[in-house]
Structure formats: C-alpha cells, structure tokens
Write a protein that binds this ligand. Structure first.
Ligand code: HEM
Length: 187
C-alpha cells in the first residue's frame, strides 16, 4: 500500500510533536520497575478514558472505531498489576477534548492509532524486563499481529479527508500536545 497525500502531510506536520512526546515520555526509566510501569498505564488510562468517548461520538462509526478502543485493555493490565477495581475507577481523567466532527476525530485517532506502532517497541521491552507474556501487556500488544492491517485500513480512511487537511493536522497536533502534557505527570 502506498502512502496517501494526507498521511504524508500529517506525518511531516506532526513529526516535531512526536519527537517532543517521545522525549518527554521518558518511557524506558519509567517502565524499569513494576510500580513505574503501573503508574504510566494509569496515566494512559486517564487519557484514553476521556478521549475515546469523544472520538467515538465525533466519528460516529462504531464498526470502524470500536476495535480501536483500548481503555478496557488498560483496565485489564492495571488489574493484573494489582490495582483494585475501585482504584482503577477513581483514577484521574484527562479533560475531554472538543472534537467538532469526523475530520478532527480522525486527527486525534491518528495519534492514538500511531501509538500502536511505537508501542510495539515498548511492549517488547516491558516483556523482556518483567517476564510478561500476555497478561499485563494488553495495551501495548494492542492489535498484535493485525497491527499492520489495522494501520493500513486507518490510513486508507484518513486519506478520504484530504479536503479537511487543516482540521485533521490541527487536531493531531493538539492531541500530541495534550498527551505529552498529561503523560509527563506520574500517577
Ligand atoms: C504515547 C506515545 C506515542 C504516540 C502517541 C506516538 C504516535 C505515533 C504516530 C502517530 C505514529 C505514526 C507515524 C506515521 O504517520 O507513520 C508513530 C510511529 C512510530 N512511533 Fe510513535 N508514538 C508514541 C511513542 C513512541 C515511542 C516512545 C517510540 C519509541 C520507542 C515511538 C516510535 C515510533 C516508531 C518507530 C514509529 C514508526 C513505526 C513504523 O513506521 O512502522 N513512538 N507513533
């Protein structure tokens, strides 16, 4: 599959935001201990819990979006790491974004779906460090062997939003920034 024009533009336009997030995330030292890993997942949970419903509502296409929701995977990982249900439920939640329509939702989803790509590196590292196979790794495993197919399908749909490129790019950069600020804090 070749890259479509909007995808190329988006990748270019958000590259500095990706670098900034990757840098500030400081993931390797954070996941070096089980406590640090759990605290990172707790922040991710708080982010996904408010962003996923907003994306779902703005996109209004469950057939496409529901398989891309990951908040349940985060809850499973947190439970495996010993956090009781009431503590999971009471975790701080990120402010819900304003996503005025499907183009903005696709920009936000670009960031969350793209994180399944770099997430493979993090997942492999966590597995090797803590000896996990599947339990505790549901979030970072994400789509597993279907990652490439899911990303391909996402990109195909993304490229149908070429007429609203400005909205998609602004939403993606806004999502990267919100995530960077939210994840910079330890749970
Ligand atoms: C929550 C944090 C992260 C988010 C939201 C994120 C987001 C993204 C996005 C949107 C893409 C797609 C770029 C494209 O259009 O091709 C991507 C790709 C990628 N990211 Fe990240 N990323 C995150 C963390 C990381 C980290 C920590 C690493 C390094 C371990 C990383 C490494 C990569 C790599 C290697 C790719 C390209 C994968 C490929 O083309 O197969 N990312 N990421």
């Amino acid at each position: 599959m070749t890259d479509g024009p909007l995808h190329l533009l988006l990748r270019q336009a958000t590259a500095p935001a990706h670098v900034a997030l990757e840098h500030e995330l400081d993931w390797a030292p954070r996941v070096a201990t089980l406590e640090g890993y759990r605290s990172l997942l707790a922040r991710l949970y708080g982010f996904h819990r408010s962003w996923e419903p907003a994306i779902g509502a703005a996109l209004s296409d469950g057939a496409f979006f529901d398989a891309r929701r990951r908040v349940a995977a985060l809850a499973r990982d947190l439970a495996f790491l010993g956090l009781p249900p009431e503590r999971i439920d009471g975790l701080p939640t990120a402010p819900a974004p304003a996503l005025p329509g499907p183009a903005a939702a696709m920009g936000a989803l670009y960031v969350l779906e793209g994180s399944t790509l770099g997430g493979k590196v993090i997942g492999r590292h966590v597995a090797a460090t803590h000896g996990f196979a599947e339990d505790g790794l549901a979030y970072y495993t994400a789509h597993g062997p279907r990652t490439g197919a899911m990303w391909g399908a996402f990109r195909s749909r993304l490229d149908t939003y070429g007429g609203e490129a400005g909205t998609v790019v602004a939403a993606a950069n806004g999502t990267f920034d919100a995530m960077r600020r939210w994840l910079a804090v330890a749970a």
